[in-house]
Design a binder for this molecule. Structure first.
Ligand code: NAD
Length: 283
């Protein structure tokens, strides 16, 4: 807890990136159910439009914005569109857009894949915080929710770029928690394990791991709707970390209590994981 209790997610004036699918869509619709107004931002315009339709059906209002979060100029345009529509700074910024990436070990994953993963998953969140926070701080109220992942602390094998991007989002959020103290703006970072979304079909997750990951998510993953409700409720309680699932909580605890053993056990489990052998050849 970081000392806030006032609910921010009722009648929010919110910007959600990656709103065209999965967790972002569920967050937008849950905000609508709480009487919210949502700017649904995504590179996928069709997905964003469908989310806007669902937001209105759930009782909220929505506009869409085409935005590639890896591009600073796009995020500036998103901020200006939101300021224009709300006629004030948003009360909630959700930096959620992201892609999955994995399949190869360090040295075999291409540098292009590293750059693309960090460009969207980490720089996307940096752009959001950099361009929106001055207006939110000036307003003296509001909140930021950044979607990281349990990967940000679990550091599993064959997904270094994804892990690094999410650890970066956690560190950025922790830094903000200190910098925003006393400004009236709060921050929350979401760290789930598997959630049933479209993330496993992305082109940076190689088929050697994508199939197994999608099956685990289907079997044991949480619904994006439940993750969205928990995240918004925890944000209202002023919680910095949202670690929704039991397995995520267990990994979080193990990592903090016994970091070296955590890494050793992680390596042993990785050798038993139901992944196909790592692919060879250029990437
Ligand atoms: P998803 O693929 O269903 O949704 C991601 C959305 O982000 C899509 O609509 C996509 O078009 C959009 N997007 C991708 N690149 C973008 C860009 N450059 N600019 C703007 N939008 C972009 O996946 P999801 O699971 O809902 O992912 C949402 C977030 O949750 C991601 O940050 C992801 O890393 C994180 N996450 C997901 C899981 C999981 O198991 N699904 C677990 C932990 C964390």
């Amino acid at each position: 807890m970081i000392g806030f209790t006032k609910p921010l997610t009722k009648r929010a004036k919110a910007v959600v990136t990656g709103a065209g699918s999965g967790i972002g869509r569920a967050l937008a619709v849950e905000l609508a159910a709480r009487g919210g107004h949502v700017v649904c931002a995504d590179i996928d315009e069709t997905g964003a439009k469908e989310t806007a339709r669902l937001v209105e059906r759930a009782g909220g209002t929505a506009i869409t914005a085409h935005c590639d979060v890896s591009r600073s100029d796009d995020v500036v345009a998103l901020r200006d569109r939101a300021l224009d529509w709300f006629n004030e700074a948003p009360t909630l910024l959700i930096n959620n857009a992201g892609i999955g990436a994995g399949g190869r070990t360090v040295g075999k994953a291409s540098l292009d894949d590293w750059a693309r993963t960090l460009g969207i998953n980490l720089w996307g969140v940096i752009h959001g915080c950099h361009h929106f926070l001055p207006a939110m701080k000036e307003a003296g109220r509001g909140g930021v929710i950044n979607t990281a992942s349990a990967a940000g602390f679990a550091a599993g094998p064959r997904m270094a770029a994804y892990n690094v991007s999410k650890a970066g989002v956690m560190s950025l959020s922790e830094t903000l928690a200190t910098e925003l103290a006393g400004t009236g703006v709060r921050v929350t970072v979401l760290c789930p394990t598997f959630v049933k979304t479209n993330i496993f079909s992305g082109d940076l997750i190689e088929s050697s791991v994508a199939g197994a990951a999608a099956r685990i998510a289907d079997f044991a993953g949480m619904s994006p709707e439940k993750v969205a409700r928990m995240t918004l409720d925890d944000h209202d309680k002023g919680r910095l970390y949202v670690v929704p699932q039991l397995d995520a909580k267990a990994i979080w605890l193990a990592k903090r209590l016994t970091p070296t053993t955590h890494a050793r056990v992680g390596g042993m489990l990785a050798r038993l994981a139901p992944f196909a052998p790592e692919e060879e050849g250029p990437r």
